[in-house]
Design a protein around this ligand. Structure first.
Ligand SMILES: [Ca+2]
Ligand SMILES: [Ca+2]
Ligand SMILES: [Ca+2]
Length: 244
């Protein structure tokens, strides 16, 4: 007998409902803010093992007392829930992570196809040691789930945080290649490109960061490859997927 086709949204709801529980199996609490227990549209690795989601729930991991939305990953093989938006000592970030300013929408997190890397937006300033984050805006970060390390994605050629924007920052969708090397994202920071500053500061553009080379290219350019002087208010579309 043919099985009825399950609507996509109900499958997503089922996935995120099952994923958003603690390692001990506790159901996610409601959280203190406006987002609640889970943001819809989880990001899932190609094999379905790792489910990334955003939640304000405080009881998914043992040490989440920050009162902010965080990014979590559920390993459906080991049934472990881990904090992705974590500082180097494992404590949660000191600001909103996952979809800062985006409300109950998936705007700022993705997982690589191989399930190892999670890219996410965060207003937290304590996710990386030794670098001062003075931009007062969200940045993109990438978490290596194997080594439990976090790196800055919206990095200047010198490797630090940009202060070359007064609104926006990490502004929308980000996506990561299957092997985690390349991360595409939108940002208003105008000094991320490896060899040209963008005069349209505060307008969002699309970038790709090569995490291996440590370089960033602005993709939104003029026909002759120059970074233009106009406003290029581009954004990534939902569902874009990079494969290299
Ligand atoms: Ca939290
Ligand atoms: Ca920041
Ligand atoms: Ca720009």
């Amino acid at each position: 007998m043919r099985q009825p086709i399950e609507p996509l949204e109900s499958r997503r709801l089922l996935t995120v409902t099952l994923a958003s529980q603690s390692t001990a199996g506790a159901t996610a609490d409601a959280g203190a803010g406006s987002i609640g227990a889970t943001v819809m549209n989880p990001a899932v690795s190609d094999d379905g093992r790792f489910v990334v989601f955003v939640s304000e729930s405080a009881n998914l991991v043992g040490n989440d007392g920050n009162g902010f939305a965080d990014v979590f990953v559920r390993d459906r093989t080991t049934n472990e829930t881990s904090l992705v938006s974590a500082a180097p000592d494992g404590s949660p970030g000191n600001g909103v992570s996952g979809n800062p300013g985006g409300g109950n929408a998936r705007t700022g997190y993705a997982i690589s196809g191989n399930g190892r890397y999670v890219v996410f937006a965060s207003e937290a300033t304590n996710l990386i040691d030794g670098q001062a984050d003075a931009n007062n805006l969200p940045d993109y970060f990438v978490r290596d789930l194997q080594n439990n390390t976090t790196a800055l994605v919206t990095a200047t050629p010198a490797g630090g945080y940009s202060i070359a924007s007064t609104v926006g920052g990490a502004t929308g969708l980000a996506t990561v290649s299957d092997d985690g090397r390349f991360i595409a994202f939108t940002s208003t920071y105008s000094d991320l490109d490896q060899d040209a500053n963008d005069p349209d500061d505060n307008a969002a553009d699309v970038f790709v960061r090569d995490m291996t080379a440590g370089t960033t290219r602005q993709l939104t350019r003029t026909f002759d490859g120059e970074i233009g002087t106009g406003t290029d208010n581009h954004a990534l579309s939902a569902g874009i997927r990079m494969s290299w």
